[in-house]
Design a binder for this molecule. Structure first.
Ligand code: FAD
Length: 405
């Protein structure tokens, strides 16, 4: 402000595409940018372009409710998300960028003896993985969250699984931090460049057709989240993905009142308070397939009802904005980081469902490893597409949405 907005250096170079690169990454969201960053940083590869049809960070990476956690249950997911949380914990130092990572603690509420057993098992798995978990009884939850309605009849609160290292981060800053880190290392970030076709000859990828012309590349990665089905279709492939809208809401700024992230799975509701004071909350998918980045009224009503059931005190807060993003949903709720079978040089990173923001660091790390070495990284070894053929899915409750966000 004091500089009159003059003389500010751009965070990254606004590159125009060269005719040819070693690698092209389609999609300038969190996963595309982190893949480019780790290709440059971990593998010394910089002759790379990230092609984004809109502006960097305009997709889900800038639309999510910012929850970061490592509380998955099944092997495959748990080591991957554990690695991701460790990367989050060093991310600000690594990127030299304030991503406002705030480990304020996440509490998943439970409402029956059966759910308590399931959460006890989950907590044990988290501890076995080297992460943190504590099972709280009703009084333990009341101590931390005294403003919840403990007497409401439909879903009485029995307790909660507390994950102290869980929390939030500033979503745009994550995109901007990775973008700057990749650009500084020589990666070209090309905005307003829509990929309209993928060139394949004799089973080898040759490049892409774009709104800025043809770009040749030895390797191409599809990292487009909700539009994965459309872009894979350009290579003649059909994915085990359905795209659905997920909505979110933010209220006017209020004094600090909610210190944690709270997840009320039975009501399909979760909430935290942003550093600016807005209550940030959401619920379940709008259950129809769509590519529209906005949702509909029935789900809004459902989310507001669930919020009022859990914490009637929010009833007077005014909702400022709501928005939607397109989720790339897989049948088992777990992601895909893989080569595209039968097309040499084509890779895919998708299927992040409700939970891909927390995965941004590890996804980029593992996808970069796959693209640079043609070997699956150990932490993402189970995210292969052929599991949908063999039936060996990773049906993690956490990933399939019963405890989403
Ligand atoms: P995006 O940011 O969507 O990036 C994909 C990019 O590809 C887009 O910028 C798009 O424009 C571009 N693209 C598409 N087609 C083309 C093309 N043909 N050519 C060039 N570019 C193209 N996750 C969590 O972990 N915690 C949460 O609390 C959470 N809450 C959420 C709440 C909401 C409301 C939503 C919508 C999502 C939430 N998520 C959450 C999920 C998370 O945001 C996503 O899983 C993740 O951001 C997806 O990966 P991305 O960042 O790479 O996607």
């Amino acid at each position: 402000g004091l500089t009159g907005n003059k003389g500010w250096a751009a965070h990254w170079r606004d590159a125009q595409p060269k005719p040819e690169y070693d690698m092209v990454i389609i999609g300038g969201g969190g996963h595309g940018l982190s893949t480019a960053y780790y290709l440059a940083k971990n593998h010394g590869m910089t002759n790379i372009a990230v092609l984004e049809k809109g502006y960097l960070g305009g997709g889900n990476v800038g639309r999510n409710t910012t929850i970061v956690r490592a509380n998955y249950f099944l092997q495959g997911n748990s080591e991957f998300y554990s690695h991701s949380l460790k990367l989050w914990e060093g991310l600000e130092q690594d990127l030299n960028y304030n991503v406002m990572h705030s480990q304020r603690g996440l509490i998943n509420l439970f409402h029956s003896d059966g759910q308590r057993d399931a959460f006890a098992r989950r907590g044990n798995m988290m501890i076995n993985q080297g992460d943190d978990a504590e099972l709280l009884d009703r009084e333990g939850v009341r101590k931390k969250l005294p403003y919840l309605d403990f007497e409401q009849g439909r879903f009485p609160i029995y307790g909660g699984l507390y994950h102290p290292r869980g929390g939030t981060a500033r979503h745009d800053a994550v995109a901007w931090g990775y973008a700057r880190g990749a650009s500084d290392r020589g990666v070209d970030l090309v905005q307003n460049c829509e990929v309209t076709g993928i060139d394949i000859e004799g089973g080898f990828v040759k490049g892409v057709q774009t709104s800025k012309g043809v770009i040749r590349a030895k390797k191409v990665a599809i990292v487009v989240a909700g539009r994965s089905g459309l872009v894979a279709g350009m290579a003649g492939r059909r994915l085990p993905i359905e795209s659905h809208v997920l909505q979110a809401f933010v209220t006017e700024g209020l004094k600090p009142v909610i210190d944690h992230v709270i997840s009320f799975g039975m009501g399909h509701f979760y909430i935290s308070q942003s550093d600016k004071g807005g209550l940030v909350f959401g619920g379940d998918l709008d259950f129809y397939a769509s590519y529209a980045q906005r949702g509909n009224l029935p789900m809004k009503e459902h989310v507001m009802e669930a919020g009022m059931t859990l914490m009637p005190m929010i009833g007077k807060a005014k909702v400022l904005r709501s928005w939607g993003g397109i989720m790339d949903m897989t049948p088992d709720g777990s992601p895909i980081i893989d080569k595209m079978e039968g097309i040499d040089g084509l890779y895919i990173d998708c299927g992040w469902n409700y939970g891909g923001f927390k995965a941004v660091p590890a996804s980029g790390w593992c996808m970069a490893h796959l693209m640079a070495t043609d070997q699956h990284h150990d932490y993402a070894a189970k995210f292969r597409m052929d599991r949908f053929r063999t039936g060996v899915g990773i049906m993690d409750e956490e990933g399939t949405g019963s405890q989403h966000n």
